[in-house]
Design a protein around this ligand. Sequence first.
Ligand SMILES: CC(C)(COP(=O)(O)OP(=O)(O)OC[C@H]1O[C@@H](n2cnc3c(N)ncnc32)[C@H](O)[C@@H]1OP(=O)(O)O)[C@@H](O)C(=O)NCCC(=O)NCCS
Length: 137
Amino acid sequence: MSHEETEHTLPSGCPSIRRVMMPRDTNAFGTIFGGVLLAEIDLAAAIEANRRHSGRLVTVAMDTIVFREPVYVGDLVSFFTKTLRIGTTSVRVRVDVWAERRFSRGEDVFVTEAEVTMVAVDQEGRKVEIDGGRAKG
Ligand SMILES: CC(C)(COP(=O)(O)OP(=O)(O)OC[C@H]1O[C@@H](n2cnc3c(N)ncnc32)[C@H](O)[C@@H]1OP(=O)(O)O)[C@@H](O)C(=O)NCCC(=O)NCCS
């Protein structure tokens, strides 16, 4: 899905992660630091990929990351995930991030999007085949 094709409707399903942004998450300008969102995007992608592979997974690539709108302290931020592709050893996940504004009557804003590729690895960090995981749809 390209940027232009992205739907702007709040996903109806359950997000992989939901959390309230706190003052400790801010940058020097008082809005939420992009790195905080990237860490949560990485984790949300791992949760999604773990539905496809029950073993260890590592992130090989994070791309198509677009910070569309700022996120503010107090926003309730939801990380919605979707598996885009299951390869031989990798799973590609889309993460759509929505912020429920704390101070704007709960308005829902599509703030960030990303695509993350996770690779299944063994205990030595060598790639292995995707095992199908504990898929719940
Ligand atoms: C992930 C890792 C094990 C891949 O090892 P590799 O032998 O080089 O793997 P390959 O190049 O054959 O790629 C393995 C899979 O990843 C995919 N892949 C590799 N690079 C990619 C990239 N830049 N973007 C998207 N997918 C990529 C390949 O298409 C392949 O998928 P498939 O088997 O489903 O077709 C290795 O690169 C690694 O250990 N990286 C560090 C991971 C890490 O520590 N992440 C945390 C960040 S601190």
